[in-house]
Design a protein around this ligand. Structure first.
Ligand SMILES: *Cc1c(COP(=O)(O)O)cnc(C)c1O
Length: 456
């Protein structure tokens, strides 16, 4: 049976189902599998599988405490409402390939993981006769994908905090037009930081957390990483020899899944980590120094992150599983905003670069003029980064990960392509639907009262 342990070494390993429900390890670390399965002798068999069949194989290696038939059903249901033949789509732009991951219900790559996570939650909760009240804070993309993942589930209520008037109108509609009664959109009179602080305060009230079974769907849940491994496997198995991936990065969740895929023996050469002006991660891979800076607000808001919540998982492997060295690093970082490793991460796996706003807009324009392809600003960060390395000319298939549909970010895409070009019917439809939200002051007690009254 596959077991999960904490990066900080302070907990008894637990099976997959507990890892999914727990989210964060009780010692403050992140959960990782005790060992990573090796599929290098099965590549030929895996090569011809559809996305869903490949997901059954890969997820099955890690979720060994769920019956294979049940797991198959959950996976089939999770990917039934993606709007392309095989869940993801590969396009070719000259030397580059684009791996589009935005064909799910909210048009962002987070759907690939959250559609499955919601169903895993429901399965485990039913089995245990339990209920979960999910509390999250969002400045955009995560909220709508999380809501889409759990809407209509019997044993889950979801409460999403967001800054009233400060998320893009489309992203707000993606949350507030959902009709299911287990979805509660709380528009807070305050900033995104206020929302995050409120959320942390409520999670810090352990009595309340326990009485109301509060849970989270944030990017540190192992099941999210797991679901994301599948598309690295899928694309790399379709490469002529080896694949490299260029990944626009914020919380290090997506690119970390690529790292696990490589460790599983899939034919992956490099992972090119692309950040916007928030370059803490690209600097780490260049210099070995992890140093927090001011948050820059950019046109790729889902990557405006200074402290990457999944980074600790990578650090664990970089430090060869030395939990005490890891704790020292994290404590240094927490107290001083800076920490470093003595051995630089090997450039055999990670390459990195940061792309500023001007270059990102130029990149959107260039691929649009050259190929008629419209990239959203997050995807464009990756496309520009990819051009700085010579993977494609070295006989490696280079896949740029496309994380969102361009119609989600008309504010920047319209500057390049003109108004009305970046549209998607599912977003247009929302503009005529009734919206439902509760505007509340930035007050812990008001949020708790919402959970007491509307949760279960
Ligand atoms: C969340 C998100 C990202 C960043 O992904 P991480 O896993 O946090 O690195 C990039 N692009 C879009 C559109 C996103 O929603």
């Amino acid at each position: 049976m596959m077991l999960y342990q904490s990066t900080r070494g302070g907990m008894q390993p637990v099976p997959f189902k507990d890892a999914v429900i727990t989210g964060l390890a009780p010692d403050g670390g992140l959960l990782i599998p005790v060992d990573i399965p090796d599929v290098s002798d099965r590549l030929l068999d895996l090569r011809n599988l559809s996305f869903v069949d490949l997901a059954k194989e890969i997820v099955g290696l890690y979720a060994t405490d769920i019956e294979p038939e049940i797991l198959s059903t959950l996976i089939e249901e999770a990917y039934a409402n993606f709007d392309t033949d095989d869940v993801v789509k590969i396009r070719t732009l000259g030397d580059l390939k684009v791996l589009e991951l935005f064909h799910g219900p909210t048009l962002a790559f987070k759907d690939v993981a959250l559609q499955l996570l919601g169903r895993l939650f429901q399965h485990v909760l039913t089995e245990r006769g339990e209920h979960l009240n999910i509390l999250g804070a969002t400045s955009g993309d995560t909220g709508s994908a999380a809501i889409a993942g759990v809407r209509g589930l019997k044993d889950v209520d979801i409460f999403i905090l967001y800054p009233n008037g400060r998320v893009s109108p489309l992203q707000e509609l993606q949350m507030t037009t959902v009709e299911d009664t287990n979805v509660h959109c709380l528009a807070v009179e305050g900033s995104f930081d206020d929302c995050q602080t409120l959320m942390k305060t409520i999670f810090g009230d352990l009595d309340f957390k326990k009485s109301y079974s509060l849970g989270a769907v944030n990017s540190v849940n192992w099941a999210r990483v797991l679901a994301q491994i599948v598309y690295y496997a899928y694309a790399s198995l379709r490469a002529s020899d080896q694949a490299s991936f260029c990944v626009p990065t914020g919380n290090f969740g997506n690119v970390f899944a690529g790292y696990v895929a490589k460790r599983m023996g899939l034919p992956i050469k490099h992972l090119i980590l692309a950040t916007n002006e928030n370059d803490i991660l690209s600097e780490f891979f260049r210099t070995g120094v992890y140093q927090r800076g001011e948050v820059h607000y950019t046109i790729s808001p889902a990557m405006d992150i200074q402290v990457a919540s999944n980074f600790e998982r990578y650090l664990y492997y970089h430090l060869d599983g030395d939990s005490s060295a890891l704790k020292t690093f994290m404590n240094d970082f927490m107290s001083t905003g800076r920490a470093s490793v003595s051995v630089l991460p090997s450039a055999d796996t990670f390459l990195s670069t940061a792309v500023n706003t001007r270059d990102t807009l130029a990149g959107i324009r260039e691929v649009y003029e050259q190929y008629g392809y419209l990239a959203d600003p997050h995807t464009a960060v990756g496309l520009v980064a990819a051009q700085r390395f010579s993977e494609a000319s070295n006989g490696v298939d280079l896949f740029c990960i496309a994380t969102a549909h361009p119609a989600k970010f008309p504010e920047s895409v319209d500057q390049v392509a003109g108004e009305g070009v970046a549209r998607h019917p599912s977003l247009e439809r929302l503009k005529n639907l009734p919206a439902r939200k509760v505007v509340i002051p930035a007050d812990v007690e008001v949020i708790k009262e919402q959970i007491r009254t509307n949760g279960r």
